[in-house]
Design a binder for this molecule. Structure first.
Ligand SMILES: Nc1ncnc2c1ncn2[C@@H]1O[C@H](COP(=O)(O)OP(=O)(O)O)[C@@H](O)[C@H]1O
Ligand SMILES: [Mg+2]
Length: 258
């Protein structure tokens, strides 16, 4: 499996002021099987728009999204999504939330329950199966959201600031949890975050985007083995460089929207 983004561009029409808002400009990227690639960039630069295009949710855009050479033009089970807002069904228990995709596929109750239980075990959530989302901590709700996505075995997982609403300790725990999960499974993940520490801790590569319209400014390859030391010289050096690029983006003048 591999993902290719070729010359991706997107311009929104601002109906009220009848002008165009360029959001993404000529983004090229290749993601290989099993990689975790982070995308960092200033707030509002077009990160979520980029993921929406890759997931097939945007109808009009420039360029191509290829998954294993096949163009993605509409939402598909091959691409799984995890958002900052967990978007769990409040009226379904943990187990029923995790089983949701299998149920839609028409799998019988016993079979999907058996698979969901494997995920509940893998995710360390035994004993909470029958709880409703409001009875779970934020970290556990996000684990349910990730399990619900991974149970479908997507070829590619898109995560949009998935730990953005968690407190910093839970966020660190979730980052470690995601790394543990990657030792068990070989998922390919495109991970949007504006948290540079998180990107340095998790990623095989970091793509730094410019301010809107987003274009790729720099790609960092990270080779330190996992689990990574968040305070190592290598981590600090990369963090400093990424932060320096982002700071430069903030202080350089904005291109006028045309
Ligand atoms: N449906 C839309 N119509 C018009 N402008 C939009 C729409 N969606 C996003 N935008 C604009 O595109 C830019 C990028 O948005 P987004 O991708 O959400 O940024 P990010 O996720 O990096 O914070 C923003 O300026 C936003 O206001
Ligand atoms: Mg966003």
């Amino acid at each position: 499996m591999h993902l290719e983004l070729i010359g991706l561009g997107k311009t929104f029409a601002d109906g009220k002021q009848s002008r165009e808002i360029p959001a993404i400009s000529s983004v090229n990227l290749r993601v290989e099987q099993g990689q975790l690639v982070s995308i960092v960039g200033p707030s509002g630069c077009g990160k979520s728009t980029l993921l929406r295009i890759i997931s097939g949710l945007e109808k009009s855009f420039e360029g191509k999204v290829l998954l294993d050479g096949q163009e993605i033009v509409k939402p598909t089970n091959d691409v799984g999504l995890v958002f900052q807002q967990y978007a769990l069904f409040p009226w379904r228990t943990m187990c029923e939330n995790i089983e949701f995709g299998l149920e839609i596929m028409g799998m019988c109750k016993e079979e999907r329950r058996a698979i969901a239980e494997k995920y509940i075990h893998l995710f360390g959530m035994q004993g909470f199966e029958d709880r409703y989302p409001c009875q779970l901590s934020g970290g556990m709700q996000q684990r349910v959201a990730i399990a619900r996505t991974l149970i479908m075995n997507p070829k590619l997982v898109l995560m949009d600031e998935p730990f953005g609403s968690l407190d910093s300790q839970t966020r660190n725990d979730m980052q470690e949890f995601l790394m543990d999960l990657r030792r068990e499974r070989n998922d390919t993940i495109l991970f949007v975050t504006h948290n540079v520490d998180e990107a340095v801790f998790l990623s095989d590569r970091i793509v730094v985007l410019s301010k809107r319209p987003a274009k790729s400014l720099r790609i960092f390859e990270l080779i330190a083995p996992h689990p990574r030391d968040r305070t190592s010289k290598e981590s600090n050096d990369i963090r400093r460089e990424v932060i320096g690029i982002l700071r430069q983006e903030r202080i350089s003048p904005s291109p006028a929207a045309n």
